[in-house]
Design a protein around this ligand. Structure first.
Ligand code: ZN
Length: 686
């Protein structure tokens, strides 16, 4: 997902600019060698488990890249008038947990959109990323009802379903239902669930639902939790949380009116017209952990091919007609992003990538699903406003940090959004320029690193990165910390271990943990292993804690050593002669807050001499002292600008007799940016 800040900036721009203008077949499947062993045929099927041959997990499938714990076969019919879905779902689950399982929790995400659901309560309390409730509008209602559930071999167990609320005890929340089995499922056997469900999609909220004649089918089917580290992990749906699911195979039939243009995760297998005016489009996806789709009768589609390291990828751009002139722009950034990810992190192994330009004002912009992303643009978008590029790059990045490296987004959102924001900075800076990667238009520039830092700076002391995504102080804090702080923490890390080593660590992490569910320690230890450095001092503060980093140059002073000699006794140097006055100079640095970080300071003298000093930052302050035939003219902390985490950069330097003009310009610029961002946020709150 893209931060609401960026979407807000985009919206603000469009709003402002608009006002200004007014005034004036398939089988394709991953080809990679399998890093993980595929499901093994069970030896026997004690108690509740079934013996299902391997081939069941994906008839059309390729060599597995993931464990393929789940296989979803869904046959769904969409009523475009009432925005309802009726479907039959067969879920085959392979018990690789090493222990018998006697209950299974299911996510029913669409139940989040009800007045007393946890999602709505939190969104009402803190604001969500794209919804603000001041009253309840029935159009916002969503529901997901399991009308029947049979467990093969155990019969109809619909009555055993029970809503649970493991996170907050909210009895009105129906986003998780737990199913008690009559017999446990033995390890290394399969269980099959036959589920019928009925769904009411809401007017788009949280990247799911309808707007006018558009639909984004996200989080739309009953989905089993993840058995992880010895227990079921199945959180309620929260206003700030995303998702977590096991890898598997998806075979999905979508029956929709014949006038709809359809896009979805995976590969299209067939498209058949039915006599009743509908058509059934079938998709197949391997080694993915979610499935999303979209329909609108108005999409204009461009298809293209990208040659990846593992073969051709079919690119599909589904654009709003009003944005058709931007289709090449969308394609260009997609290709450039793919180039960078394949070169820096590892191969993109899927055979398709669908880029959707969703209905304007639909809250469906900037979202990621496996092999399927949504962008976000507007009819007025000059080249120098990079928002379409930023959003497409960001959502594509999630194919790696979420799609393949599938972390637990409920618990460690920073590993998904934050790592992705960091690679967004790296990739976009390389493509669009360090200081111009967001805006380079009408004399204004804004780079990715500055934008990430800015979003973190406003909430720097609110929360730590390593905490449940639903335990943040507010959605602003969630956004600023998980996206902006994580990016800034990893950029700052480049200054500690080196940019090349960091790049190597990211590549190692991706290749080692793709198609698995790594933990935060897996990520942090990979960086330590690759760099050969113990970085606990940094991670404990930056990742696990919430201390703020702020260093300042607090004093710069040069005074003649013989200051006490009366002026009239001093010999004035002859014109043109060297000034032999010896000065006593002091430069003091302060650590204003709790984050301890070694820093460099560069001190310049009026004879052109430069001195670099190193301070371990352990004490609250330090002072350097010099006696020279020269005065200090400036001192600057972090002269190489590697510490992105410093909340206030404006006290990092001290210039004696500063030329007021540039200072004025700089502070005006800062004011402009600050006001601009707060205005964007204020607009958003409306
Ligand atoms: Zn994101």
């Amino acid at each position: 997902m893209t931060t609401r800040r960026k979407i807000a900036l985009l919206a603000l721009f469009v709003l402002g600019v608009t006002a200004f203008v007014t005034r004036k077949t398939v089988t394709a499947a991953p080809q990679a060698a399998a890093p993980a062993k595929a499901a093994e045929a069970p030896n026997s099927a004690p108690s509740g488990g079934l013996s299902i041959p391997d081939t069941t997990l994906g008839v059309n499938s390729s060599t597995p890249m993931s464990q393929r714990i789940v296989h979803y076969e869904i046959d769904a019919r969409y009523d475009a008038t009432n925005h309802t879905i009726d479907a039959n779902e067969v879920l085959t689950y392979h018990n690789l947990t090493g222990q018998p399982l006697d209950h299974f929790p299911f996510h029913l995400y669409q139940n989040a959109f009800q007045p007393n659901a946890t999602w709505v309560r939190e969104a009402k309390r803190d604001g969500s990323r794209d919804t603000a409730y001041d009253h309840w509008d029935p159009k916002e209602y969503g529901s997901e009802e399991i009308t029947s559930l049979e467990v093969v071999g155990q019969g109809d167990l619909t009555k055993n379903l029970q809503y649970i609320s493991p996170d907050d005890g909210n009895k009105d929340d129906k986003t998780v239902a737990d199913l008690k089995l009559s017999k446990p499922i033995a390890p290394n056997t399969f269980v099959q669930f036959k589920i019928a469900f009925h769904e009411q999609m809401p007017e788009t909220q949280a990247r799911s639902g309808w707007k006018r004649d558009f639909l984004l089918g996200g989080q739309w089917f009953p989905k089993v939790g993840v058995f992880w580290h010895g227990a079921w992990n199945c959180h309620q749906y929260h206003a700030t949380t995303e998702f977590f699911a096991d890898f598997g195979v998806y075979d999905v039939k979508l029956t929709v009116p014949q006038n709809e243009v359809v896009g979805a995760s995976g590969v299209e297998v067939s498209d058949v017209n039915n006599p009743d005016g509908t058509k059934t489009v079938t998709y197949h996806g391997d080694d993915i952990h979610d499935f999303a789709w979209t329909v609108s009768p108005r999409y204009k589609v461009k298809e293209a091919t990208y040659q990846s390291q593992m073969g051709p990828i079919k690119l599909r751009f589904m654009m709003q007609p009003a944005h058709w002139d931007q289709v090449d722009r969308h394609e260009k950034i997609t290709r450039e992003t793919l180039d960078h990810f394949e070169k820096w992190y590892g191969p993109y192994p899927y055979k398709t990538l669908t880029v959707v330009d969703p209905e304007p004002d639909s809250a469906a912009e900037g979202m990621e699903y496996p092999t399927f992303i949504t962008g976000g643009t507007s009819w007025f978008m000059p080249e120098g406003l990079r928002f379409p590029e930023v959003v497409v790059e960001h959502e594509f990045g999630h194919q790696y940090w979420y799609g393949m490296v599938a972390t637990n987004e409920f618990e460690d959102a920073w590993m998904d959004e934050g790592i992705n924001s960091y690679t967004e900075v790296k990739v976009l800076d390389d493509i669009l320029g360090k200081n111009t990667s967001m805006i380079n238009w009408a004399g204004m520039t804004l780079g990715e690193p500055a934008e990430q830092r800015l979003s973190y700076a406003s909430v720097a002391d609110r929360d730590a990165m390593a905490q449940n995504a639903y335990d943040y102080y507010s959605s602003n804090s969630y956004g600023g910390i998980t996206y902006g702080k994580t990016a800034s923490v990893l950029l700052t890390l480049e200054g500690i271990i080196g940019e090349d080593i960091m790049a190597k660590a990211m590549h190692t992490y991706f290749m080692k943990y793709r198609f698995t569910h790594p933990t935060k320690e897996d990520f942090l230890k990979t960086i330590e292993e690759v760099s050969g450095k113990d970085l606990r001092w940094y991670f404990n503060q930056a990742v696990y804690g919430s201390p703020v980093l702020d260093y300042e140059v607090s004093q710069v002073d040069s005074d003649p050593v013989n200051w006490y000699v009366d002026k009239k006794d001093k010999k004035e140097p002859k014109k043109g002669a060297k000034d032999d006055t010896v000065y006593q100079s002091y430069v003091a640095l302060r650590r204003k807050t709790d984050f301890v970080m070694p820093v460099e300071v560069e001190i310049k003298f009026d004879n052109g001499e430069k001195i670099r000093e190193h301070w371990d930052g352990q004490s609250r302050w330090t002072r350097f002292s010099y006696q020279k035939k020269a005065k200090v003219v400036s001192a600057e902390i972090d002269p190489d600008h590697t510490i992105q985490l410093d909340r206030n950069n404006f006290n990092n330097s001290f210039v004696v007799d500063a030329n007021p003009k540039p200072t004025y310009k700089l502070s005006t610029y800062w004011l402009f940016i600050t006001q601009w961002v707060s205005q964007a946020m204020a607009w958003w709150a409306v």
